[in-house]
Design a protein around this ligand. Structure first.
Ligand code: AMP
Ligand code: GLY
Length: 421
């Protein structure tokens, strides 16, 4: 089978790595890929957000199956174009991708399906939004309605911050994403992420994870795309996961099907859990980054079979071959991230590290210039390990971190602290 993966971050490196291990995979192409992906797959260059270009490439290269990594091509309808052309694809169409692309759409679905989530209201002008904030008081959450690269959410612990967030969003700081603003009740609890595959009708859980969004140790400092993650998430144990499935995921998937826009792909539910009761924070219509890295490390080659069963509507008969294992990933980022950082610094020492089913360094923002491996982004490496316990996985991941020679990079030393202390 010839497989095309769209994307070029650590998430896509881990997807490509898992797919590549499956004997069904003959040819593997990743667009655009990165320096780490280039070691295990062919990299191709075209606009992955342009459905026409993706279909052309797939047809010219006899691609049998396309796996879409990031949200932008999904929101742009690339999966629809591939399906229309008769090419098998893993990922939701444009309408179903609104579960991530529009916060108010998700809230409407939640209301229609009776899904527990924060109370909310939508505004298209600043004054009523501010009146609402003054009436409700802080803490309160202000969100740009559209896709804002993970930056459109302000959790305001005081009223002044919330009011300033409204001004910022309506001033165009988030472009079109901020033309509408959703204001939500602040939910307390512990956050965890639940990943399920959906084939339009059936759902299959494939793992849980927790990530560390803040840049600093102890979960302090500014938000990032994620500084590390681990799987499984103990707070989402069997019973809580079952509740999330029955009260949140299944009703959402049923509502999407009822509307004639069935959901196909991975559904990533961000949950807030208090006293064993999960409520929905948000949906993403793709794997998390860096959560995919720990999920792929645990699933390995079967990930391809599961994604194929999902795309072909065969999830009812699919099973996950679970192991009693744990995985952790530590993100190494360029100093300065998530603020300004330099590109081009050299990274040494990766060749000597193990690369096997228990130890992998996935590349995010890397490039190769004149044979040297250099940093080419904010989040640069995802040092990932699997073990019988989380502590074992953590120790091996940090041993790899310590063997990497990259003075211009940094990482958090406390990934997994909620579980490991
Ligand atoms: P989102 O982009 O919607 O995931 O929001 C980013 C982060 O903001 C989430 O991961 C939560 O930590 C936080 N957040 C979002 N909505 C709420 C809410 N209603 N109550 C508390 N925290 C929230
Ligand atoms: N790590 C969070 C995300 O991928 O949205």
């Amino acid at each position: 089978m010839n497989i095309l993966v769209l994307g070029g971050g650590g998430r896509e490196h881990s997807l490509a790595w898992a797919v590549k291990q499956n004997p069904k995979c003959d040819r593997l192409v990743v667009a655009p890929g990165n320096a780490g992906i280039a070691e295990i797959a062919e990299c191709a260059s075209f606009d992955i957000n342009d459905g026409g270009q993706v279909v052309n490439f797939a047809e010219e290269n006899a691609i049998d199956f396309v796996i879409i990594g990031p949200e932008a091509p999904l929101a742009a309808g690339v999966a629809d174009r591939l399906r229309d052309a008769g090419i098998a694809v893993f990922g939701p169409g444009r309408e179903a991708a609104r579960l991530e692309a529009s916060k108010s759409f998700t809230k409407e679905i939640c209301d229609a399906a009776g899904v527990p989530t924060a109370r909310w209201a939508r505004f298209d002008a600043p004054q009523p939004a501010k009146d609402h904030i003054r009436a409700r008081g802080a803490p309160i959450v202000v969100k740009a309605d559209g896709l804002a690269a993970g930056k459109g959410v302000i959790v305001a612990m005081d009223e002044a911050t919330a009011l300033a967030a409204v001004d910022e969003m309506f001033s165009g700081a988030f472009g079109d994403a901020g033309a509408e603003v959703v204001i939500e009740e602040f939910m307390e609890g512990e956050e965890a992420s639940f990943f399920v595959l959906c084939d339009g009708e059936n759902v299959l859980p494939i793992g849980t994870a927790q990530d560390h969004k803040r840049v600093g140790e102890g979960d302090t400092g500014p938000n990032t795309g994620g500084m590390g993650a681990y799987s499984p998430a103990p707070v989402l144990d069997g019973e809580v996961a079952q509740r999330a499935l029955e009260r949140i995921i299944r009703p959402t998937v049923a509502e999407m099907a009822r509307r004639g826009t069935p959901y196909q792909g991975v559904l990533y539910a961000g949950l807030m859990i208090r006293d064993g009761e999960p409520r929905l924070v948000e949906y993403n219509v793709r794997f998390g980054d860096p959560e995919a890295q720990v999920l792929m490390m645990r699933l390995g080659a079967q990930a391809l079979d599961l994604m194929q069963a999902c795309a072909e509507g065969r999830l009812a008969e699919a099973r996950v071959n679970w192991a009693e294992d744990h995985a952790i990933t530590v993100v190494m980022a360029a100093k300065g991230y998530p603020g300004a950082y330099e590109k081009g610094s050299e990274i040494r020492g990766l060749e000597a590290l193990p690369k096997d089913s228990r130890n992998m360094v996935f590349h995010a923002g890397t490039a190769r210039t004149d044979g040297r491996l250099v940093a080419a982004g904010g989040r640069v490496l995802n040092v990932t390990a699997r073990g019988d316990t989380l502590a074992e996985a953590r120790d091996r991941a940090y041993a790899m971190v310590d063997a990497i020679d990259w003075p211009e990079g940094f990482c958090r030393r406390d990934i997994g602290w909620r579980v490991l202390g």
